[in-house]
Ligand binder design. Structure first.
Ligand code: M6R
Length: 616
């Protein structure tokens, strides 16, 4: 939620900031703004409602000089998306400007206090309170900006990643973070701020990950300084990242989402690289080699995540229970964190997050950790907060996912869960060698099977065009494909704004069947006619057909049961049950994508959404 960028160096900041905002626009896109400090005593703030393109237009005839600046693309929390609530925000005297990602929970108390001191507010945001308070501290305590920021942060309750600049000081850029992501890029006599590495990677691969409650002072011609809130000086740790520019560009695809759907064979291959040994037919995960004893001892696994990652977690429940015979509870992180959950001795908490910055997931991890659980992370973004908070874990290595609707993150999360469950099952002897080897054998062919599904893309596009009229969709699946039904429905909702629900197929007759008529499309996922649940799904399909429902079925090649009853079928190659989500989800992603495109939706930046939900 919200993207922040900053620059201090020898180049003009404006172009770097705007380019950075474009790269971060997936995080929020209801308004955007920039603040620039020039050498003539100006601190210019320009901001507009709408996307970064609007801001660029707006700035066409403005003074955009300055080699230090900050910029922001917003996902509104406090105050509607409009010009006045867009960031940066000035302080009362207009000597300071701030950008902020996060939520300040005690902003009303601070605002009331500041109003009593004569401060006036121009926006409805929590952020403006922070910059006004910084100015109040500077004036009342006669201190410099750095000390005032540090002092102010000790008074804040909530989450923040901030950047602050000062008129008359074109040599200074201050930043800080708590529970919202912030990275500093270290170039040649220049520094960059970013909510992630995407606005930075074009200029340098050297980054410093800023930790919670750390304040950064970037001063022209000096080494970067980092302090904690008690003013203890900390040693900056410079990391080299391997992200490339190609990874974060569209590469000829119309949308990031489409590129990311088609990247799945490659991202799965990267995910399994060095972990799945095709010759020895075995899985090796260092997290399990090093911490397998935790799984030997545990009586229970708790999985927590949000959205798509939670759907992957549900598949994880089936995997760990089926293959490892370990009981699994799964809960969305926002419920888990406030439910006062019981954590038992030796519990393992598996937290799943693409971004590694989801506020609810982080809070759930913190709570479980405090109560003694061993925390295992499954995460895509290297160096993210989730990655840093876990006791151990496995990166998904999906590469940057920029489309707001998650696709390759989901399949790589499922692949990591499969590999982890297999590695644990092997050491617990809860799986027969034959099954272990058969799953690994199938996993090693998954890329070619996904590529085979891509051959049907025109067929899926044609089906999509037929269903743009629909106002509602039902998705049905069983076993491993029940979470896929929910994921398919979420994808459709997110990007086409068509209402959709995913159900375990047999639940349909307990309510949703009332919705079925000739207008209502039902997507049925029934990939395996040898599976013991197949006949049951077939009965559900017949129940829908009897009520004139229209059926799109995802079936295995050569299926002659469900397919016969369906209006449209999409065939996928056969695989073992626990890997079928890796295949069945692909046509559902494509179906959603093409329906959304046919309806003229903004697929990569759907309304009201943001990629990384760093607020509650
Ligand atoms: O980064 P995370 O995996 O923690 O994000 C969790 C959800 O916010 C995310 O999966 C969301 O549901 C996506 N928009 C799904 O497409």
């Amino acid at each position: 939620m919200c993207g922040i960028v900053g620059y201090l160096g020898n180049k003009q900041a404006f172009d770097i900031l705007i380019k950075g905002l474009h790269r971060l626009e997936y995080r929020g896109y209801d308004s955007a703004g920039v603040a620039l400090v020039d050498n003539n005593g100006n601190l210019n703030v320009y901001k507009t409602k709408g996307k970064v393109n609007n801001l660029e237009q707006y700035c066409k005839d403005k003074n955009i000089n300055g080699t230090v600046g900050i910029a922001h693309t917003r996902w509104a929390t406090h105050g509607e998306p409009n010009d006045k609530n867009a960031h940066p925000h000035y302080s009362q005297s207009k000597n300071l400007a701030i950008i902020h990602n996060g939520i300040i929970e005690n902003y009303l108390t601070l605002k009331t206090f500041l109003i009593s001191k004569g401060y006036e507010f121009k926006s409805d945001t929590d952020t403006e309170v922070v910059v006004q308070f910084i100015e109040y501290i500077m004036q009342s305590q006669k201190c410099d900006l750095y000390s005032a920021v540090t002092h102010t942060l000790t008074q804040l309750v909530g989450a923040y990643a901030i950047g602050v600049v000062e008129r008359n000081n074109p040599n200074l850029l201050i930043a800080a973070r708590k529970a919202s992501p912030l990275i500093v890029g270290v170039g040649n006599n220049e520094y960059f701020l970013g909510s992630d590495a995407s606005p930075i990677i074009e200029y340098t691969n050297k980054v410093i990950y800023i930790n919670d409650e750390q304040v950064v002072k970037i001063e022209r011609g000096k080494e970067i300084e980092i302090h904690d809130l008690k003013n203890v000086k900390l040693q900056p740790v410079i990391n080299e990242i391997s992200l490339s520019l190609d990874d974060i560009e569209k590469g000829g695809f119309e949308h990031f989402m489409l590129k990311e759907i088609f990247e799945q064979p490659k991202s799965l291959s990267l995910c399994m690289n060095g972990r799945l040994n095709k010759e020895l037919n075995e899985i090796k995960l260092s997290a399990i080699t090093d911490f397998g004893d935790k799984f030997d001892k545990c009586q229970r696994i708790v999985i927590t995540a949000c959205g798509t990652s939670w759907h992957a977690g549900l598949i994880g429940k089936y995997l760990f229970e089926n293959l490892c015979r370990i009981p699994v509870e799964i809960e969305v992180a926002s419920e888990f964190r406030y439910r006062d959950p019981v954590i038992l001795p030796n519990d393992i908490l598996i937290a799943i997050s693409q971004s590694g910055e989801t506020a609810d997931t982080l809070a759930a991890m913190e709570l479980a950790k405090k109560q003694g659980a061993f925390v295992f992370g499954i995460c895509n973004v290297i160096g993210s907060s989730v990655a840093r908070m876990t006791d151990t874990g496995v990166y998904t290595h999906a590469g940057p996912e920029i489309g707001v609707a998650s696709t390759k993150a989901f399949t790589t999360q499922v692949a990591v869960l499969v590999m982890t469950a297999l590695a644990v099952a092997k050491r617990k002897n809860s799986i027969k060698d034959e099954e272990y080897h058969s799953i690994i054998g199938e996993l090693s062919h998954i890329e070619e099977k996904i590529n085979k599904i891509f051959q049907q893309v025109d067929h899926i596009k044609d089906i999509s065009k037929i269903f743009t009229y629909a106002k509602n969709f039902i998705y049905l699946g069983r076993g491993y494909n029940y979470p896929v039904a929910m994921e398919g429905a979420l994808k459709l909702k997110e990007i086409s704004y068509i209402h959709a629900e995913g159900y375990p197929a047999a639940e349909m007759k307990h309510g949703p069947i009332a919705l079925i008529d000739e207008e209502m499309p039902t997507v049925v996922i029934a990939p395996d006619n040898t599976n013991h649940l197949y006949q049951k799904v077939l009965s559900n399909v017949q129940e829908v057909k009897a009520r004139k429902g229209r059926i799109i079925a995802i079936v295995c090649e050569g299926d002659d049961g469900v397919a016969k009853n369906a209006d449209y079928t999409i065939e996928i190659p056969k695989t073992v049950a626990c890997l079928s989500p890796l295949l069945t989800v692909i046509p559902l992603q494509l179906l959603s994508y093409y329906i959304a495109v046919a309806k003229g939706r903004n697929v990569d930046q759907p309304r009201n959404l943001a990629k990384s939900v760093t607020v509650e």
